[in-house]
Design a binder for this molecule. Structure first.
Ligand code: S3P
Length: 437
């Protein structure tokens, strides 16, 4: 259903404390690890979004038993070898993470399985995991490395050496999952990316060694006979928080505290970048939970924002947040430059292109190439036009970025496909309403 969200007024000054929804990367990983254990795993505060529900649907089809009480979830999996029915079809919905991680887990499934997804996921590249998973011995047929994809695994997949150079946690994790199903040691040289999988593996006491250098992690991980259960209390998602950080920074006389957020350093590029641009952001109540850093984030309206020549070292740790960061660049003094970002066009929609398009609709001068964008900021930027956002493949982050733009810069906005937020952050608009009272 295409519900159109309309904005014709800026947000009023606010001072609030909020919780955002739980971390999507952690929620999906916990579900997939739990499906590998024959004991009961319990998660409290699991993210209840469409991507996560797609993961639950897939593991149920693979033989796991799942129970919910509100957002408490119990999973009893069926060990390292899934029970696969003939002609099984798994639907990853909108989630690249789910689709790619699942294929890694299916390398030892001897029956042919079909993986499908929605319109956006069906446009995305899977060669990045099909190629390494073929080295394990799995067979694939696909529509030019896109969904629908058929996978036929084998009883004894072979360990591999894998060079991951995109900084993609999805590729790294897919190969790590496959490695668990082999006899022998898989070696991965991976460009830095989010490390939730590694931390869960440590909690599960699965043998693994990691040698860290400045740019790469060298991971050695071997096959296992069983996977333990894992109980988890999900923290809030920094990627969901980012929309509220930028909302506050760009609003007048406002302050927000976001409580209990996962601030794992492999995810906090957004905080580093916004601080470099002159934003007021402080972290309090820091603690460590199962290796993940958690804290409360305090953010305030920030004047005198500065442009940034964004160091590429932040590209992986801020990959899901660039769209809203572009809004801060639009209000900064000077020209901001974001480069080597071709991966941004590989997301739920070609986000680098969409970022540029939305800025242009707002009247913000920008120069786009296939992997970079220059944004000409204006500290006095105000939008007076009517802007209609449509045809963006229902990318949740394009929707949320547009809402934040409308609420902070003004103008009359019509943003199609309100339901897109259900994939990662179903209560996004409800939380906004609670702030804008
Ligand atoms: C994710 C990794 C990132 C990110 C995605 C979630 C994950 O993708 O964009 O939203 O949970 O592993 P890549 O690893 O492909 O960069």
């Amino acid at each position: 259903m295409n519900r159109i969200f309309r904005i014709n007024e800026k947000i009023k000054p606010f001072k609030k404390k909020i919780f955002v929804e739980s971390d999507k990367s952690l929620s999906i990983r916990w579900i997939l690890f739990s499906s590998l254990s024959s004991k009961k795993s319990v998660a409290n505060n699991l993210l209840m979004s469409e991507d996560v529900l797609s993961a639950i649907d897939c593991i149920r089809k693979l033989g796991s038993k799942v129970k919910f009480k509100g957002n408490k979830c119990e999973i009893i999996g069926n060990g390292l070898k899934y029970k696969i029915k003939n002609n099984l079809i798994l639907n990853a919905g909108n989630s690249g993470t789910l689709g790619r991680l699942l294929l890694g887990l299916l390398v030892n499934s001897e029956k042919k399985i079909k993986l499908i997804g929605d319109k956006s996921l069906s446009k995305r590249d899977f060669s990045r995991i099909i190629n390494p998973l073929k080295k394990f011995g799995a067979k694939f047929s696909s529509n030019m490395n896109k969904l629908p994809i058929y996978i036929k695994g084998l009883k004894n997949p072979k360990p591999i050496y894998f060079l991951e150079k995109k900084g993609s946690a999805q590729c790294k994790t897919s190969v790590m999952f496959a490695a668990l199903k082999t006899k022998g040691l898989t070696i991965i040289k991976a460009k830095k990316s989010r490390n939730h999988t590694e931390l869960m593996i440590k909690n599960l006491k699965i043998p693994m060694s990691i040698k860290k250098t400045k740019k790469f992690d060298y991971i050695k991980i071997g096959g296992v006979k069983k996977v333990n259960s894992l109980n988890y209390m999900m923290p809030g998602d920094i990627s969901s928080s980012a929309f509220f950080l930028v909302l506050t920074i760009l609003s007048e006389n406002s302050e927000l505290t976001l409580r209990n957020i996962n601030i794992n350093p492999s995810r906090t590029g957004v905080i580093e970048i916004l601080k470099k641009m002159g934003a007021y952001i402080k972290i309090t109540n820091k603690k460590i939970y199962k290796g993940e850093k958690i804290g409360d984030i305090i953010v305030k309206s920030s004047k005198n924002l500065k442009s940034i020549n964004c160091p590429t070292k932040f590209n992986s740790s801020a990959i899901d947040e660039f769209l809203v960061i572009f809004l801060v660049a639009a209000k900064s003094k000077g020209v901001s430059y974001f480069k080597d970002l071709s991966e941004l066009n590989q997301k739920e929609s070609p986000r680098l292109n969409w970022g540029s398009k939305i800025l242009s609709l707002m009247g913000v001068k920008n120069i786009l190439t296939n992997n970079s964008i220059k944004i000409f900021g204006n500290p006095n930027l105000k939008v007076h036009k009517t802007i209609h956002i449509k045809g963006y493949l229902k990318d949740h982050r394009v929707f949320m970025m547009s809402v934040i733009a409308g609420l902070t810069f003004g103008g009359n906005w019509m943003i199609n496909d309100q339901d897109s937020i259900k994939t990662s952050f179903p209560s996004f608009l409800k939380i906004l309403r609670s702030i804008n009272k």
